[in-house]
Ligand binder design. Structure first.
Ligand code: AMP
Ligand code: GLY
Length: 433
């Protein structure tokens, strides 16, 4: 088969991992990344186009005859980048604007789950503040209040009691803390249990899961402090049997793909189910319409198969389970963040030690928010690096990731010291999974 050029859209650790995996493909000729970071620049050509600038991306792909574009983040998908490219027959991997509503509109997603019978928390959807307060008074107890639209992972407020939930409703519906993303609000039953991210490839009719992963969303050790985009991850999850994943594929992933096809909006791309393993069985917290970040930084090192082959099969509607072969062993990633993150943080901090870290075996330093300024590697985001290690066991993977982290310095760098630990003890303590 002829080698092809690929354009990757995005600039985080997820996109560096995508580029790193694609660069290993014998089918890839040249990789462009828009806009990319200092890590992607080592493997590909960065193009200074923002991920949400659909028209500039479209013109770049058309003018350079790019036979495949792969979209990392949710924003361009929700804005309809796939529809725009497809209208001009430019091949692109990701769901259409309608299908991306599974992530971009929690109101759509919850209603869809209810209609097709996917297990999820009980909920109500509201546009009226008074009606939302009345529902809250009626259901009582701990709930979760969610802005329906995209809010960069910040629109979900887990509430201990009715007072906290009323405050959350006020913040979203009256103060409009998340702008139009809060035009619709979901109030849902608060579930308990360990969480699991299950990402799958879908060609619109066949859906094939990757290894299950676990993200660490809170900023501090012991799951303390505010939520972040994700401070680390590992895959696979210990003690989760393949049959358990097969059951989730049957009860969650297949109904999504069947249901979206029936709606006339077939789901092609990566489908990400965020699940909670409750005492009543797995339930869906949310869907994302793309690869996870930092899950991708552990899932792709564990993927034996060629990524480009899978993606092309998805676009041609010929995906089969045999195409997605995981490696044995485990992978872990530790996110190194800028001081202050997830609050305001400085940029431009010089970073040292990445070469020493890169020289270690079975590790990879994925760049998340970095750029090169006057020949010096500096930070340019809140999540700066995502340092992955792999090996025969999760313990070995973690030891390698942390050994690499020890080599790297920048002012005020912070990271969690318990990636894989809290999660594992919680999992083991919860029994039955
Ligand atoms: P989401 O963006 O919807 O995945 O929510 C972000 C985080 O909020 C999840 O990873 C969970 O930790 C928490 N969360 C969301 N929904 C619920 C729920 N119904 N019950 C308990 N925790 C939840
Ligand atoms: N790791 C969470 C996300 O990608 O949304």
């Amino acid at each position: 088969m002829k080698k092809i050029k690929v354009l990757v859209v995005g600039s985080g650790g997820r996109e560096h991992a995508l580029v790193w995996k694609l660069a290993q493909s014998h089918l890839v000729d040249e990789i462009f990344v828009a806009p990319g970071n200092a890590g992607t620049a080592e493997l590909a050509t960065n193009i200074p186009i923002a991920a949400a600038d659909l028209s500039a991306l479209f013109h770049f792909a058309r003018n350079n005859k790019i036979p495949l574009t792969i979209v990392g983040p949710e924003d361009p998908l929700a804005l309809g980048i796939v529809d725009l490219f497809q209208a001009e027959r430019l091949p692109i991997f990701g769901p259409s604007r309608m299908a991306a509503q599974l992530e971009a509109s929690k109101a759509f997603s919850k209603q869809f789950m209810q209609e097709v019978g996917i297990p999820t928390a009980r909920f109500g959807t509201f546009t009226d503040y008074k009606a939302a307060l009345a529902y809250l008074a009626q259901v009582g107890g701990p709930v979760v209040v969610k802005a329906s639209g995209l809010a960069a992972g910040k629109g979900v407020i887990v509430c201990e009691d009715e007072t906290a939930a009323a405050a959350a409703l006020h913040q979203i519906m009256q103060e409009r803390a998340f702008g139009a993303a809060g035009d619709k609000v979901i109030i849902e039953e608060r579930l308990t249990g360990p969480e699991l991210s299950l990402l799958a490839f879908s060609d619109g009719q066949t859906v094939v899961p990757m290894l299950p992963a676990r993200d660490h969303k809170r900023v501090y050790d012991g799951d303390q402090g505010p939520n972040t985009g994700g401070m680390g991850a590992f895959a696979p999850l210990p003690d989760i049997e393949p049959t358990f994943i097969e059951n989730i594929a049957q009860s969650v992933l297949n109904p999504v793909v069947r249901g979206m096809a029936e709606l006339g909006t077939p789901y092609v791309g990566v489908l990400y189910a965020g699940l909670m393993l409750t005492p009543d069985g797995p339930k869906v917290l949310e869907f994302n319409c793309r690869f996870g970040d930092p899950e991708t930084q552990v899932i792709l090192p564990m993927l034996e198969s060629d990524l480009l082959t899978i993606i092309l099969a998805c676009l041609d509607r010929r995906l089969t389970p045999e195409m997605v072969r995981p490696r044995s062993g485990a992978c872990a990633t530790v996110v190194m963040a800028a001081p202050g993150y997830p609050g305001p943080y400085p940029k431009g901090l010089p970073i040292s030690g990445t070469e020493a870290a890169a020289a270690l075996p079975h590790t990879q330093v994925f760049h998340a928010g970095t750029r090169v300024e006057d020949g010096v590697l500096v930070s340019s985001g809140g999540r700066v690096l995502s340092v992955s290690g792999w090996g025969d066991t999760l313990d070995l993977a973690l030891a390698r990731a942390y050994a690499a982290v020890q080599q790297i310095q920048f002012d005020g760098a912070h990271y969690r010291g318990d990636i894989g630990r809290v999660a594992m003890s919680k999992l083991l303590g919860s029994g039955g999974f």
